[in-house]
Design a protein around this ligand. Structure first.
Ligand code: NAG
Ligand code: NAG
Ligand code: NAG
Ligand code: NAG
Ligand code: NAG
Length: 482
């Protein structure tokens, strides 16, 4: 009895001591985390890969006053961090502030992270924009034949590269470039905000892109790309400020983007005329979902006009277009060659449109006069379903190429409300072939109605694309002194 009682007391005492210890430990941990919070910034995000090494731009002499150039700070930070590429990768943190910079280049296994109050301001000193060769699939620069100013954030031949942030901003200060473009004073083609070439495993997410000199985001000759949570804004009259241009890319996912721009919100491309045909690198396996677009002079999604390497298997869903010229549009021309095929669109909502459907084989716009007039594009298998639009001027303008009709057009379950000042004839169709089912107003004769049971004819194919299987990892960081 005695012994047992003693044992019981001993156990109680041990329990008490343990509890006191635990409470002390816990409260010191709370104090510790409070302490860290006051000297550092912690943040979490989702990414294709997390990094083991982190540094801040301020560790490399960065000054966020909006006046000092940070081009050298970016370059030396990235060059220093390149030693970690094979050791778990590195992250460069850009704190709150206005960081003026010219063009700089990324490396593999690297993340650039912009704080929510960080603004990268593109330099207006032309010497901070080195020139590079035109794209091989284009043969020349689009603004000027000789070369191209390197994009603000550039990368080539990389693996595993991320640009993200808590919705931090990249401001191209484009007015400087738009003026030079209009006055024809550009020596080379305007830079883009972000361009990644010949790269694999790319993520661009949670950023605001403003006032790009030209296109905003240009992944080219690349694969396995995630673009998510971008807000892209440029004035509607600004020249060629396309939102996102996947160009000769395989396996791309574009999600949750809001774009207001002076040109197409998303423009899918694959090279230009004889240069694109020769390079022969298509864009395929592309998913676009939950896109909201305002583009009064262009399309929500354009396929082309540079499509000479081919565009195949594009799946767009839950697209909203407001005050936009057209929905998912095909632009091509004699001399382009290539193809646009297996295109699927479902659930589009549109308000105030010039055309809901627009396809043209007469876009012109050639790289030079050496294009092959026998190089005809193949347009086949273009599917739209579940579309609702109101305040529309013309339901459709569909123009194929004579002796090269656009075939396999399938349009189902579409309700288009016409504007008070709509054109008398809602559909015009030339050199096209296909079917419709449940479409109002009544389509043109070359797209005969097949009855309500044919709605499924225009559906998405079964099964996901490989990029839809890719899941993001949860990354967490504490930046000290930032
Ligand atoms: C983007 O931000 C949202 C909201 O803060 C967050 O939930 C999401 O994880 C972020 N996405 C990525 C890809 O970083
Ligand atoms: C990048 O990759 C492409 C295609 O593989 C190759 O032609 C080019 O020479 C590479 N460039 C560099 C700088 O390594
Ligand atoms: C990101 O910032 C833009 C511009 O300030 C804002 O319009 C947008 O709503 C923000 N996005 C998120 C997810 O916070
Ligand atoms: C309809 O579209 C016209 C332009 O075509 C625009 O001026 C008008 O405000 C729109 N109406 C509505 C109700 O959105
Ligand atoms: C037709 O489209 C509307 C609007 O997207 C949708 O609510 C409806 O379910 C669709 N009908 C069929 C039969 O799929």
């Amino acid at each position: 009895m005695e012994l047992l009682w003693k044992d019981h007391m001993r156990v109680q005492v041990i329990r008490l001591v343990c509890a006191v210890l635990l409470v002390t430990l816990l409260s010191s941990e709370v104090a510790e985390s409070r302490k860290v919070k006051t000297v550092g910034t912690s943040f979490k995000y989702e990414a294709i890969n997390c990094r083991t090494h982190s540094a801040s731009l301020t560790d490399f002499g960065g000054v966020g006053d909006g006046k000092t150039s940070n081009t050298k700070a970016f370059q030396s930070a990235i060059s220093h961090l390149s030693q970690y590429a094979s050791k778990g990768g590195a992250q460069l943190y850009v704190p709150a502030g206005k960081w003026l910079t010219g063009s700089f280049s990324l490396i593999s296994h690297f993340t650039l992270y912009l704080n929510k109050d960080a603004v990268l301001l593109a330099s207006q000193d032309i010497s901070e924009w080195p020139a590079i060769e035109p794209l091989p699939s284009y043969g020349r620069g689009r603004d000027a034949p000789a070369g191209r100013y390197t994009s603000l954030i550039f990368g080539t031949n990389l693996t595993d590269v991320i640009v993200t942030g808590g919705n931090g901003t990249i401001d191209g200060q484009g007015a400087f470039w738009w003026q030079k473009f209009h006055k024809k004073k550009l020596k080379y083609t305007r830079p883009y905000l972000i361009e990644l070439m010949f790269s694999d495993q790319i993520q661009i997410s949670n950023l605001t892109l403003l006032n790009s000199p030209s296109w905003n985001l240009h992944p080219v000759y690349s694969s396995n790309i995630i673009i998510k949570g971008l807000t892209i804004i440029a004035p509607v009259p600004s020249p060629n400020t396309d939102g996102i241009n996947p160009d000769s890319c395989t396996n791309t996912r574009i999600e949750d983007c809001y774009i207001v721009s002076g040109d197409d919100c998303v423009a899918v491309k694959s090279g230009w005329d004889e240069y694109g045909i020769k390079f022969g690198w298509p864009t395929k396996q592309l998913v676009i979902r939950r896109l909201t677009c305002i583009s009064p002079q262009s399309a929500a999604i354009a396929l082309g006009s540079e499509m000479s390497g081919g565009i195949q298997d594009v799946r767009a869903e839950d697209i909203t277009a407001i005050h936009t010229e057209s929905g998912v549009r095909i632009k091509t021309a004699v001399g382009r060659g290539g193809y646009v095929k297996d295109i699927y669109v479902k659930r589009m909502t549109m308000h105030t449109m010039k055309w809901v459907f627009w396809m043209t084989g007469n876009y012109g716009s050639h790289a030079d006069s050496h294009y092959d007039p026998k190089a005809l594009p193949e347009i086949n298998g273009i599917n739209y379903r579940d579309v609702v639009a109101d305040n529309v001027t013309m339901a459709a303008r569909l123009e194929g190429i004579s002796n090269d009709p656009f075939t396999g057009i399938c349009i189902a379950n579409v309700t288009i409300g016409m504007a008070a000042k709509a054109k008398k004839q809602p559909w015009t169709c030339t050199d096209i072939e296909g079917i419709t089912s449940g479409v109002t107003p009544k389509p043109c004769n070359s797209l005969p109605d097949q009855g309500p049971e044919k709605i499924k004819a225009c559906d998405f194919p079964q099964g996901n694309l490989p990029i839809d299987m890719l899941e993001l990892k949860k990354c967490a960081y504490i930046m000290k002194h930032a």
